[in-house]
Design a protein around this ligand. Sequence first.
Ligand code: PMV
Length: 327
Amino acid sequence: MAAPRLSATAQAHANIALAKYWGKLDDAENLPATPSLSLTLDRLFSRTKVSFEPGLSEDTVVLDGTRASEPRRARVSALLDRVRKLAGFGHRAEVRSFNNFPTASGLASSASGFAALAFAATHAAGLELAPSAISDLARQSSASAARSLFGGLVELGAGERVASPLSPASPLDLRLVVAVVTAESKAVGSTDGMRLTRETSPYYGAWVAHAPAVFERIRAGLLEGSFSAVGEATEQSALLMHASMFGADPPLVYLSSTTFAILERLRSLREAGTLAYGTMDAGPHVKVLCLPESVARVVSSLEEIPAVRETIICAAGPSAHLIEAPV
Ligand code: PMV
């Protein structure tokens, strides 16, 4: 093992699942109940600096310039504990992180955040781990974070510990236009939301049973280069997942009237020959999957909807990496 260099800064990019993960097979191990397949995005990222300091009495965590709340600090410390155990030292750390997009609003900040944290912490500790081992560390904090270790299209099987890039590569050159609807934090975090759905929704079992078939349609469409097959199944995966949440008690509704206005607009675009499909996570934003030649049409159409605050045009982004920039 190399001598610990004690400080490192990493950048990891957000990913959006085309085939969704919602629900855990095992809470303690944080294993996903459904297979997922995502696109890592070029424009949205987290940058995280980890400095292990022998004199510190506890981990300190600053997120977007503000000291993290205790629950968030504890989630960061839990990942650092796993890294300390592997490195064989007990040094506490100073962690500084920022996202170049709104935190915790269904824009996948936990995915890029925990991937950047795992990448920076393992390098700061001098551990020479393969990306798959870092993916496993990140997954234990947030299953979607396992996917942000890798660039482009990435899959994580049900019950799997490690994500991997889709292979062979898809011939499709995908774009994802993020329609930002609000910058407010979500009311229910994904861990609590998944537990509530599993424990109370009569549709949870149906979602888990059906998700693998939708995942397979997306995977096959990507490998064959069939964009409409990928798009149709992507929209279906999101709506099946949200249907399982609507069935929870109390109901879990992350979507807003603007979300549905956007989905309606996408349907009209498709009827007029522009292929564009929406997907939503634990928030009201819609991420619109399309091909490069449709981007201008999709953006101008989304920007006609008054409650759409911003559109961000994304393509496939890179895997997690070290950077020199200050955080
Ligand atoms: O990994 P978590 O706990 O942030 O959950 C992510 C869940 C969704 O974003 C809704 C779906 C997904 O597969 O990313």
